[in-house]
Write a protein that binds this ligand. Sequence first.
Ligand SMILES: C[S@@+](CC[C@H](N)C(=O)[O-])C[C@H]1O[C@@H](n2cnc3c(N)ncnc32)[C@H](O)[C@@H]1O
Length: 307
Amino acid sequence: MSEYHAPVLVEEVVRLLAPERGGLFLDGTVGGGGHSEAILRAGEDAGARVIGVDRDPEALEEAGERLSEHGARFEARLGNFADEAERLESELAGALLDLGVSSHQIDAPERGFSFRPGSPLDMRMGQRAESWTAADVLNGYEEDELVRVLREYGEEPRARPIARRVVSRRGARPFRTSDDLKEVLDEVYGRGLTSQDQARIYQALRIEVNRELEALDRALEALRERLSPGGVLAVIAYHSLEDRRVKNAFREWSRACVCPPELPVCACRGAPLGETLTRKPVRPAEEEVERNPRSRSARLRAWRKAA
Ligand SMILES: C[S@@+](CC[C@H](N)C(=O)[O-])C[C@H]1O[C@@H](n2cnc3c(N)ncnc32)[C@H](O)[C@@H]1O
């Protein structure tokens, strides 16, 4: 198992993407290259190729090294998967988005994704690529904006009191590290503060800093367009905000009729754009969760474009 990141639901992803058909695959979140490697191996006889995208230069370096033995069948690209999907001109046999952050990113204290004491409030996946850090959000956003971020992206019940305290504190003592944020959360939650509470706040800040949901929405549309007939899009989500978007998009694209609901009879005579391959999200087996506890919340969905 790679120390950089243990890929989740690998066999299931390969089964759904079926790289033995050959063609070009886009791995929009190449990370340490675990899924890409499995796709390249399963598609070897058919000459399948993979473009691996990541906004984190460290990930691309890791994946590039790991996958160098596949030569020209693997190409690494630095960037946001939404931009890459929109500018891609070739047709795709399949695409994968394995959302969120890698174990390597979580475990590197200087990246600020974990609430380990003394970590800088950074959370940029692409480091230099995104200008705002989590500290900038806390030090710069108006109270109402902070409330929106915490509520929408963290489903945080105490969003208002947290935002109020952030704003009243930062003039005298700006936010720099996880300790500064913890002080505010301790004030609001008292001794009852749990790691789940902290995880919600961190999730909200991370989504805002990296504009994660906006990238997902753009990428889903663009990848659907780029798929060749019979091509498959697979997405692994780690929280309900992402999974809901994927589920709704796949459901919408699989509908035959796209008439407005108030129309008494169907006037569009439309055909579905494709079919959802996973009636329910695929979850990791107990054995995988035991081996890799970070896989616990993974939910894999896949959709196939009509042939
Ligand atoms: C869960 S990890 C992927 C792990 C990978 N599947 C593997 O096998 O190692 C998610 C990766 O996606 C990257 N990422 C997240 N959002 C992105 C985006 N919008 N564009 C490009 N890369 C993104 C992160 O930097 C991270 O390296």
